[in-house]
Design a protein around this ligand. Structure first.
Ligand SMILES: Cc1cc2nc3c(=O)[nH]c(=O)nc-3n(C[C@H](O)[C@H](O)[C@H](O)COP(=O)(O)OP(=O)(O)OC[C@H]3O[C@@H](n4cnc5c(N)ncnc54)[C@H](O)[C@@H]3O)c2cc1C
Length: 297
Protein backbone atom coordinates (compact mmCIF):
# COMPACT_ATOMS: atom_id res chain seq x y z
CA UNK A 1 0.00 0.00 0.00
CA UNK A 2 2.98 2.36 0.56
CA UNK A 3 3.59 2.47 -3.18
CA UNK A 4 -0.05 3.16 -3.96
CA UNK A 5 -0.50 6.24 -6.09
CA UNK A 6 -3.48 8.17 -4.89
CA UNK A 7 -5.46 10.91 -6.62
CA UNK A 8 -4.69 14.43 -5.43
CA UNK A 9 -7.18 15.87 -2.97
CA UNK A 10 -8.20 19.20 -1.46
CA UNK A 11 -8.89 17.67 1.95
CA UNK A 12 -6.45 15.82 4.21
CA UNK A 13 -4.84 12.50 3.34
CA UNK A 14 -2.69 10.81 6.01
CA UNK A 15 -0.53 7.71 5.55
CA UNK A 16 -0.44 5.12 8.38
CA UNK A 17 -2.90 7.10 10.47
CA UNK A 18 -3.50 5.75 14.00
CA UNK A 19 -7.18 4.91 14.39
CA UNK A 20 -7.20 4.15 18.14
CA UNK A 21 -7.64 7.83 19.09
CA UNK A 22 -10.61 8.06 16.70
CA UNK A 23 -12.65 5.14 18.06
CA UNK A 24 -14.46 4.65 21.37
CA UNK A 25 -12.52 1.51 22.36
CA UNK A 26 -9.21 3.39 21.98
CA UNK A 27 -7.52 0.30 20.61
CA UNK A 28 -6.38 -1.06 17.27
CA UNK A 29 -3.94 -0.33 14.47
CA UNK A 30 -3.52 2.26 11.75
CA UNK A 31 -5.36 2.99 8.51
CA UNK A 32 -3.11 2.58 5.49
CA UNK A 33 -4.63 5.90 4.46
CA UNK A 34 -7.05 8.20 6.24
CA UNK A 35 -8.93 10.63 3.99
CA UNK A 36 -10.83 13.61 5.36
CA UNK A 37 -12.50 15.18 2.31
CA UNK A 38 -13.05 18.92 2.01
CA UNK A 39 -16.51 18.50 0.49
CA UNK A 40 -18.66 16.07 -1.50
CA UNK A 41 -16.94 16.88 -4.82
CA UNK A 42 -13.51 16.19 -3.25
CA UNK A 43 -14.76 12.77 -2.09
CA UNK A 44 -16.30 12.01 -5.47
CA UNK A 45 -13.16 12.97 -7.44
CA UNK A 46 -10.96 10.95 -5.08
CA UNK A 47 -13.05 7.78 -5.35
CA UNK A 48 -13.42 8.13 -9.11
CA UNK A 49 -9.62 8.35 -9.47
CA UNK A 50 -8.78 5.58 -6.97
CA UNK A 51 -7.92 2.14 -8.36
CA UNK A 52 -11.12 0.06 -8.04
CA UNK A 53 -9.39 -2.74 -6.10
CA UNK A 54 -8.44 -0.47 -3.16
CA UNK A 55 -10.81 -1.11 -0.25
CA UNK A 56 -12.65 1.91 1.14
CA UNK A 57 -14.67 2.27 4.31
CA UNK A 58 -16.29 5.11 6.22
CA UNK A 59 -15.56 5.93 9.84
CA UNK A 60 -17.91 7.95 12.02
CA UNK A 61 -17.19 8.33 15.74
CA UNK A 62 -16.05 4.70 15.88
CA UNK A 63 -18.70 3.97 18.49
CA UNK A 64 -19.61 0.57 17.07
CA UNK A 65 -16.25 -0.71 15.90
CA UNK A 66 -13.34 -2.88 16.88
CA UNK A 67 -10.39 -1.85 14.70
CA UNK A 68 -8.12 -4.87 14.66
CA UNK A 69 -4.50 -4.49 15.77
CA UNK A 70 -3.07 -5.12 12.28
CA UNK A 71 -4.75 -1.97 10.97
CA UNK A 72 -7.14 -1.33 8.12
CA UNK A 73 -6.12 -1.88 4.51
CA UNK A 74 -6.87 0.73 1.88
CA UNK A 75 -8.58 4.01 2.64
CA UNK A 76 -10.66 4.99 5.66
CA UNK A 77 -12.86 8.02 4.95
CA UNK A 78 -13.77 10.26 7.85
CA UNK A 79 -16.32 12.99 7.36
CA UNK A 80 -15.40 15.99 9.47
CA UNK A 81 -16.75 19.49 9.98
CA UNK A 82 -17.65 20.20 6.34
CA UNK A 83 -20.18 17.37 6.59
CA UNK A 84 -21.60 18.26 9.98
CA UNK A 85 -24.34 20.75 9.06
CA UNK A 86 -27.98 20.26 10.01
CA UNK A 87 -30.66 22.46 8.42
CA UNK A 88 -34.41 22.33 8.16
CA UNK A 89 -36.01 21.55 4.82
CA UNK A 90 -39.62 22.09 5.95
CA UNK A 91 -41.45 22.27 9.30
CA UNK A 92 -40.88 18.62 10.15
CA UNK A 93 -37.85 17.57 8.06
CA UNK A 94 -34.12 18.09 8.63
CA UNK A 95 -31.32 17.76 6.10
CA UNK A 96 -28.31 16.37 8.00
CA UNK A 97 -24.70 16.05 6.87
CA UNK A 98 -23.25 12.53 7.11
CA UNK A 99 -20.75 13.69 9.74
CA UNK A 100 -23.28 15.41 12.03
CA UNK A 101 -23.65 13.99 15.53
CA UNK A 102 -26.85 12.65 17.07
CA UNK A 103 -26.68 15.44 19.65
CA UNK A 104 -26.62 18.11 16.92
CA UNK A 105 -29.49 16.49 14.98
CA UNK A 106 -31.73 16.12 18.03
CA UNK A 107 -31.01 19.59 19.39
CA UNK A 108 -31.63 21.21 15.97
CA UNK A 109 -34.90 19.25 15.81
CA UNK A 110 -35.86 20.64 19.23
CA UNK A 111 -35.00 24.22 18.22
CA UNK A 112 -37.25 23.83 15.16
CA UNK A 113 -40.13 22.22 17.08
CA UNK A 114 -39.64 18.81 15.44
CA UNK A 115 -40.49 15.86 17.70
CA UNK A 116 -39.69 12.20 17.09
CA UNK A 117 -35.90 12.53 16.72
CA UNK A 118 -35.16 12.66 20.47
CA UNK A 119 -33.81 9.10 20.46
CA UNK A 120 -30.80 10.24 18.39
CA UNK A 121 -29.71 12.29 21.41
CA UNK A 122 -28.69 9.12 23.16
CA UNK A 123 -26.79 7.28 20.44
CA UNK A 124 -23.16 8.37 20.19
CA UNK A 125 -22.38 8.48 16.50
CA UNK A 126 -22.79 10.31 13.22
CA UNK A 127 -25.64 10.45 10.75
CA UNK A 128 -23.64 8.21 8.36
CA UNK A 129 -23.22 5.57 11.08
CA UNK A 130 -26.89 5.79 12.10
CA UNK A 131 -28.06 5.33 8.51
CA UNK A 132 -25.67 2.44 7.90
CA UNK A 133 -26.47 0.66 11.19
CA UNK A 134 -30.19 1.53 11.41
CA UNK A 135 -29.33 2.94 14.82
CA UNK A 136 -32.13 2.98 17.34
CA UNK A 137 -33.07 3.35 20.98
CA UNK A 138 -36.14 3.64 23.16
CA UNK A 139 -38.50 2.05 20.65
CA UNK A 140 -37.46 4.05 17.59
CA UNK A 141 -34.86 3.51 14.92
CA UNK A 142 -33.57 5.27 11.83
CA UNK A 143 -35.98 3.44 9.56
CA UNK A 144 -38.86 5.22 11.35
CA UNK A 145 -37.53 8.70 10.52
CA UNK A 146 -35.42 8.45 7.36
CA UNK A 147 -36.84 9.95 4.18
CA UNK A 148 -33.81 9.33 1.97
CA UNK A 149 -30.03 9.70 1.91
CA UNK A 150 -27.27 10.80 -0.46
CA UNK A 151 -24.56 8.20 -0.89
CA UNK A 152 -21.25 8.49 -2.73
CA UNK A 153 -20.66 5.00 -4.06
CA UNK A 154 -17.25 3.42 -4.67
CA UNK A 155 -17.13 4.62 -8.30
CA UNK A 156 -17.44 8.25 -7.13
CA UNK A 157 -21.02 8.63 -8.36
CA UNK A 158 -23.58 10.13 -6.00
CA UNK A 159 -26.99 8.51 -5.67
CA UNK A 160 -30.04 9.36 -3.59
CA UNK A 161 -31.52 6.27 -1.96
CA UNK A 162 -35.05 6.31 -0.56
CA UNK A 163 -35.85 4.41 2.61
CA UNK A 164 -37.31 1.52 0.60
CA UNK A 165 -33.93 0.78 -1.00
CA UNK A 166 -31.91 0.44 2.18
CA UNK A 167 -33.08 -3.06 3.13
CA UNK A 168 -33.42 -2.18 6.79
CA UNK A 169 -33.72 -4.84 9.44
CA UNK A 170 -32.61 -4.73 13.09
CA UNK A 171 -29.27 -2.80 13.21
CA UNK A 172 -28.67 -3.59 9.55
CA UNK A 173 -28.85 -1.91 6.16
CA UNK A 174 -27.86 -3.22 2.75
CA UNK A 175 -25.25 -0.42 2.35
CA UNK A 176 -21.86 -1.83 1.42
CA UNK A 177 -18.47 -0.90 2.89
CA UNK A 178 -17.34 1.32 0.00
CA UNK A 179 -20.49 3.46 0.14
CA UNK A 180 -20.28 6.75 2.02
CA UNK A 181 -23.46 8.40 3.30
CA UNK A 182 -22.83 12.14 2.90
CA UNK A 183 -26.31 13.41 3.84
CA UNK A 184 -29.68 12.18 5.05
CA UNK A 185 -33.13 13.64 5.48
CA UNK A 186 -34.95 12.77 8.69
CA UNK A 187 -38.65 13.50 9.24
CA UNK A 188 -40.38 13.90 12.58
CA UNK A 189 -43.64 15.58 13.53
CA UNK A 190 -44.59 18.95 15.01
CA UNK A 191 -43.89 19.29 18.73
CA UNK A 192 -43.24 21.78 21.53
CA UNK A 193 -39.52 22.50 22.14
CA UNK A 194 -40.00 22.22 25.94
CA UNK A 195 -41.63 18.78 25.64
CA UNK A 196 -38.94 17.65 23.21
CA UNK A 197 -36.21 18.80 25.61
CA UNK A 198 -37.93 16.97 28.47
CA UNK A 199 -37.96 13.75 26.42
CA UNK A 200 -34.26 14.22 25.56
CA UNK A 201 -33.47 14.71 29.26
CA UNK A 202 -35.45 11.58 30.20
CA UNK A 203 -33.57 9.52 27.62
CA UNK A 204 -30.16 10.87 28.70
CA UNK A 205 -30.87 10.11 32.35
CA UNK A 206 -32.00 6.55 31.54
CA UNK A 207 -28.80 6.04 29.55
CA UNK A 208 -26.57 7.37 32.27
CA UNK A 209 -28.17 4.99 34.77
CA UNK A 210 -27.82 1.85 32.67
CA UNK A 211 -24.74 2.12 30.43
CA UNK A 212 -20.98 2.60 30.97
CA UNK A 213 -20.98 5.87 29.01
CA UNK A 214 -17.71 7.12 30.41
CA UNK A 215 -15.77 3.98 29.55
CA UNK A 216 -13.83 2.98 26.48
CA UNK A 217 -16.53 0.83 24.94
CA UNK A 218 -18.30 0.00 21.67
CA UNK A 219 -21.99 0.05 22.50
CA UNK A 220 -24.08 -3.13 22.33
CA UNK A 221 -21.74 -5.97 21.52
CA UNK A 222 -24.33 -8.48 20.29
CA UNK A 223 -27.69 -8.10 18.56
CA UNK A 224 -30.68 -9.09 20.63
CA UNK A 225 -31.72 -12.55 19.39
CA UNK A 226 -35.36 -13.06 18.33
CA UNK A 227 -37.54 -12.81 21.40
CA UNK A 228 -34.58 -12.45 23.79
CA UNK A 229 -32.18 -9.95 25.33
CA UNK A 230 -28.47 -10.39 24.67
CA UNK A 231 -27.51 -8.87 28.05
CA UNK A 232 -29.69 -11.39 29.90
CA UNK A 233 -28.15 -14.38 28.11
CA UNK A 234 -24.63 -13.05 28.78
CA UNK A 235 -25.49 -12.54 32.44
CA UNK A 236 -27.06 -15.99 32.83
CA UNK A 237 -23.96 -17.55 31.25
CA UNK A 238 -21.97 -16.06 34.17
CA UNK A 239 -20.02 -13.57 32.08
CA UNK A 240 -20.65 -10.37 34.07
CA UNK A 241 -17.17 -8.94 34.79
CA UNK A 242 -15.40 -11.69 32.81
CA UNK A 243 -11.98 -10.46 31.62
CA UNK A 244 -9.26 -11.31 29.14
CA UNK A 245 -6.18 -9.09 29.53
CA UNK A 246 -7.41 -5.49 29.61
CA UNK A 247 -10.80 -6.38 28.12
CA UNK A 248 -13.78 -6.88 30.41
CA UNK A 249 -17.52 -7.52 30.20
CA UNK A 250 -19.06 -4.46 31.83
CA UNK A 251 -20.38 -4.96 35.36
CA UNK A 252 -22.96 -2.24 34.69
CA UNK A 253 -24.39 -3.58 31.42
CA UNK A 254 -23.45 -7.10 30.34
CA UNK A 255 -23.91 -6.46 26.62
CA UNK A 256 -21.06 -3.93 26.74
CA UNK A 257 -17.35 -4.78 26.55
CA UNK A 258 -14.91 -2.32 28.01
CA UNK A 259 -11.26 -1.54 27.60
CA UNK A 260 -10.15 -1.13 31.22
CA UNK A 261 -6.84 0.44 30.24
CA UNK A 262 -4.50 -0.92 27.64
CA UNK A 263 -6.59 -3.71 26.07
CA UNK A 264 -5.65 -4.78 22.57
CA UNK A 265 -8.35 -5.28 19.99
CA UNK A 266 -7.36 -8.98 19.93
CA UNK A 267 -8.25 -9.20 23.65
CA UNK A 268 -11.59 -7.45 23.10
CA UNK A 269 -12.49 -9.73 20.22
CA UNK A 270 -11.32 -12.88 22.05
CA UNK A 271 -13.48 -11.89 25.02
CA UNK A 272 -16.49 -11.42 22.75
CA UNK A 273 -15.92 -14.87 21.23
CA UNK A 274 -15.55 -16.43 24.70
CA UNK A 275 -18.87 -14.88 25.72
CA UNK A 276 -20.53 -16.23 22.54
CA UNK A 277 -19.19 -19.70 23.35
CA UNK A 278 -20.39 -19.63 26.95
CA UNK A 279 -23.84 -18.37 25.93
CA UNK A 280 -24.09 -21.10 23.27
CA UNK A 281 -23.08 -23.79 25.79
CA UNK A 282 -25.54 -22.51 28.37
CA UNK A 283 -28.59 -21.71 26.24
CA UNK A 284 -27.98 -22.98 22.71
CA UNK A 285 -28.36 -19.42 21.38
CA UNK A 286 -25.70 -18.21 18.93
CA UNK A 287 -25.26 -14.51 19.58
CA UNK A 288 -24.49 -12.42 16.53
CA UNK A 289 -21.98 -9.56 16.75
CA UNK A 290 -23.53 -6.10 16.46
CA UNK A 291 -20.12 -4.41 16.75
CA UNK A 292 -18.33 -4.39 13.43
CA UNK A 293 -14.82 -5.82 13.52
CA UNK A 294 -12.63 -4.41 10.80
CA UNK A 295 -9.07 -4.73 9.51
CA UNK A 296 -6.20 -7.21 9.73
CA UNK A 297 -5.76 -9.49 12.74
C1 LIG B 1 -22.02 4.10 24.92
C2 LIG B 1 -22.64 3.67 23.63
C3 LIG B 1 -24.02 3.53 23.52
C4 LIG B 1 -24.61 3.12 22.32
N1 LIG B 1 -25.96 2.99 22.23
C5 LIG B 1 -26.54 2.64 21.06
C6 LIG B 1 -27.96 2.56 20.94
O1 LIG B 1 -28.72 2.78 21.86
N2 LIG B 1 -28.49 2.22 19.74
C7 LIG B 1 -27.71 1.96 18.66
O2 LIG B 1 -28.25 1.67 17.59
N3 LIG B 1 -26.35 2.02 18.75
C8 LIG B 1 -25.76 2.36 19.90
N4 LIG B 1 -24.40 2.43 19.99
C9 LIG B 1 -23.58 2.06 18.83
C10 LIG B 1 -23.26 3.22 17.89
O3 LIG B 1 -23.38 4.45 18.55
C11 LIG B 1 -24.16 3.20 16.65
O4 LIG B 1 -24.01 2.00 15.92
C12 LIG B 1 -23.85 4.37 15.69
O5 LIG B 1 -24.80 4.33 14.64
C13 LIG B 1 -22.45 4.29 15.12
O6 LIG B 1 -22.19 5.53 14.51
P1 LIG B 1 -20.72 5.99 14.11
O7 LIG B 1 -20.93 7.18 13.25
O8 LIG B 1 -19.85 6.16 15.31
O9 LIG B 1 -20.24 4.77 13.23
P2 LIG B 1 -18.87 3.86 13.36
O10 LIG B 1 -18.90 3.21 14.68
O11 LIG B 1 -17.72 4.78 13.06
O12 LIG B 1 -19.12 2.87 12.20
C14 LIG B 1 -20.12 1.89 12.28
C15 LIG B 1 -20.45 1.39 10.87
O13 LIG B 1 -21.04 2.46 10.14
C16 LIG B 1 -20.27 2.73 8.97
N5 LIG B 1 -20.30 4.17 8.72
C17 LIG B 1 -19.89 5.18 9.56
N6 LIG B 1 -20.05 6.37 8.94
C18 LIG B 1 -20.55 6.11 7.71
C19 LIG B 1 -20.90 6.91 6.58
N7 LIG B 1 -20.77 8.25 6.59
N8 LIG B 1 -21.36 6.29 5.48
C20 LIG B 1 -21.50 4.94 5.43
N9 LIG B 1 -21.18 4.13 6.45
C21 LIG B 1 -20.71 4.70 7.58
C22 LIG B 1 -18.87 2.22 9.27
O14 LIG B 1 -18.18 1.92 8.05
C23 LIG B 1 -19.21 0.98 10.07
O15 LIG B 1 -19.57 -0.08 9.21
C24 LIG B 1 -23.79 2.84 21.20
C25 LIG B 1 -22.39 3.01 21.29
C26 LIG B 1 -21.82 3.41 22.50
C27 LIG B 1 -20.33 3.57 22.57
Amino acid sequence: MTTLSLPSVRGKLTHNAPLAPLVWFKSGGTADWLFEPRDVADLQDFLAGLAPDVPVMALGLGSNLIVRDGGVPGVVVRLGKPFAKVENVDEVTLECGGGASGILVSSTARDNGIAGLEFLRSIPGTVGGFVRMNGGAYGREVKDVLVDCDVVIRSGEIVTLPLSELGYTYRHSDLTDGSIVVAARFRGHAGEPDAIQAEMDRISAAREASQPLRSKTGGSTFKNPDGGKAWELVDKAGCRGLAIGGAQVSEKHTNFLINTGEATSAELEALGEEVRKRVKDMSGVELEWEIKRIGRL
